[in-house]
Design a protein around this ligand. Structure first.
Ligand code: NAD
Length: 494
């Protein structure tokens, strides 16, 4: 087992890719501008990265369009595309340590998580869609002897993928896998807070044999290069993961420009319900702690509203506090660290402000609280605010940090009513030993994913996405591939 010294040493010798990737080449931004990307655990500037804007977007779109029109990728047999993407996935797996290190340094997550989840899940997302692409058949409609009626799927064309910083590699791979497998050309815009791993992916894709122009990566800010992509008249689809506010804005951009397809995976305020008939409160408490602390709580499906039946509250809350206290933040490069640093000062301040607000609205602090920021590291302890009502601001707004709001309820019907009283609908969870409550509850919960007696169960075979203002469209599974294709009807008169 490697230790923190190993990873700190490796970090010193890491070579970073910092230029944009356009038409198969690494280039500076046209303007020559750069931005700093910072390690949130130390405050150290990791690199100066190309800061792209509209001029770079235009170049990347032109390259992607040329690559699409001459069919250098879309025109390949699905089995050929599969072979290239499988090689890409292999290279990702071979570079697991380097990619995990980039992820941890750039956005503060524990190296253990990046090694155990982010890097392998990225490889799996690419290989899963690659494996699927030569097994999907089109349809012939049953119209009789007079015609041959074909229902076929074709790639959309040029896809812009705009992704967040919380899982930079995985969120990118959930878009790249299905969009590349179905034959599209892509422009990937990573978050300005975590651009490094996406640029490394570009290098690996080229090495795998992906033709030039098919994948382009533009680091830069949302309001510059992101906006230019969203408003571009020659992009066929914008696929986004990020906040609901930006997602709504991108839908407007699609409407104001060329009505490009717009798929939004946005925020959440997921309800995690512990019923009085839960027969394993220890497991429920450990899971509830993980559901809010994993990835520093910077998870769209964080179980941030914990609904506990009043009948078991006194028994359950001490277990929860004990479990939560195990998630103290520490050096992200130590493999034994459970929780790392918040991504940047802005997010750190935002989470602290929410904790203060919760206390001023009358919540009871059971663990954690606003930390004294003594060093440059942006660490927030796991925090529980109890005695909340569904009306409290912290019970309604996405915090995106390790801050758990606890709300009491009486009986499953009330729990479902509270859970569904949200503008979001990404995930929900239910702990119960009753099969009837499990089925009735999971049907009634208005969320894209419902976990019964677990949290965050899932697989590439299952779609992922939200109801209501948590988004539209789905990532993962074969359903994700539908997003990146047009459906064509061809009627051949006989
Ligand atoms: P964000 O919306 O601030 O940014 C996401 C991306 O959009 C970044 O690349 C950013 O540069 C870009 N962007 C910002 N303004 C833009 C604009 N005007 N035009 C074009 N692009 C623009 O989100 P974030 O802070 O990076 O990520 C956190 C959010 O992501 C949370 O709300 C979280 O719930 C959500 N999220 C959702 C899912 C999901 O699958 N539903 C998964 C992970 C994260």
């Amino acid at each position: 087992m490697t230790d923190a010294t190993h990873w700190h040493d490796r970090a010193q010798s890491l070579s970073l890719v910092t230029q944009a990737f356009i038409d198969g080449r690494f280039v500076d931004a046209q303007s020559g501008d750069t931005f700093d990307t910072i390690n949130p655990a130390t405050g150290e500037v990791l690199a100066k990265v190309a800061s792209c804007d509209k001029a770079d977007a235009d170049l990347a779109v032109a390259a992607a369009r040329t690559a699409f029109n001459d069919r250098r990728w879309a025109g390949q047999a699905p089995a050929q595309r599969k072979a290239v993407l499988l090689r890409f996935a292999e290279l990702i797996a071979e570079h697991r340590d380097e990619l995990a290190l980039l992820e941890s340094l750039d956005m503060g997550k524990p190296i253990g998580d990046a090694l155990g989840y982010d890097a392998p899940a990225t490889a799996r997302a690419i290989s899963w869609h690659a494996e699927a692409i030569d097994k999907l058949y089109d349809e012939v409609a049953p119209v009789g002897d007079g015609a041959l009626a074909l229902i076929t799927r074709e790639p959309l064309g040029v896809v812009a993928a705009v992704v967040p910083w919380n899982f930079p590699l995985v969120m990118a791979a959930w878009k790249l896998g299905p969009a590349l497998a179905t034959g599209n050309s892509i422009i990937l815009k990573p978050s300005e807070k975590s651009p490094l791993s996406a640029l490394k992916l570009a290098e690996l894709a080229k090495q795998a044999g992906l033709p030039d122009g098919v994948l382009n990566v533009l680091p830069g800010y949302g309001h510059t290069v992101g906006e230019a992509l969203a408003m571009h008249m020659d992009i066929d689809c914008i696929t986004f993961t990020g906040s609901t506010a930006v997602g709504k804005h991108l839908l407007e951009c699609a409407g104001k420009s060329n009505m490009k397809r717009a798929f939004m995976e946005c925020g959440g305020k997921s309800a995690h319900i512990v019923c009085a008939d839960c027969d394993d409160l220890d497991k429920a408490a450990a899971t509830a702690a993980a559901a809010i602390c994993y990835n520093q709580g910077e998870v769209c499906t964080a179980g941030s509203r914990l609904l506990v039946d009043n009948a078991i509250k006194d028994q359950f809350l001490p277990k929860l506090v004990a479990e939560l206290n195990k998630w103290q933040p520490a050096d992200p490069l130590d493999p034994s660290t459970p929780m790392g640093a918040m991504v940047d000062q802005l997010q750190f301040d935002r989470v602290c402000k929410y904790i203060d607000l919760g206390l001023s609205e009358g919540a009871t602090l059971l663990a954690g609280g606003v930390p004294k920021q003594e060093g440059p590291g942006l660490f927030i302890p796991p925090t529980i605010l109890a005695d909340m009502t569904p009306e409290h601001t912290l019970a309604r707004e996405e915090i995106f940090g390790p801050v758990l709001s606890v709300i009491g309820f009486d009986g499953l019907d009330e729990a479902i009513q509270i859970a569904n009283d949200s503008e979001y609908g990404l995930a929900a969870g239910l702990w119960t030993s009753s099969i009837k409550n499990a089925i009735r509850g999971s049907r009634a919960l208005r969320a894209g994913t419902v976990f019964v007696n677990n949290w965050d169960g899932g697989d590439m075979t299952m779609p992922f996405g939200g109801y209501k203002q948590s988004g539209n469209g789905r990532d993962k599974s074969l359903h994700a591939m539908e997003k990146y294709t047009e459906l064509k009807s061809t009627w051949i008169e006989l």
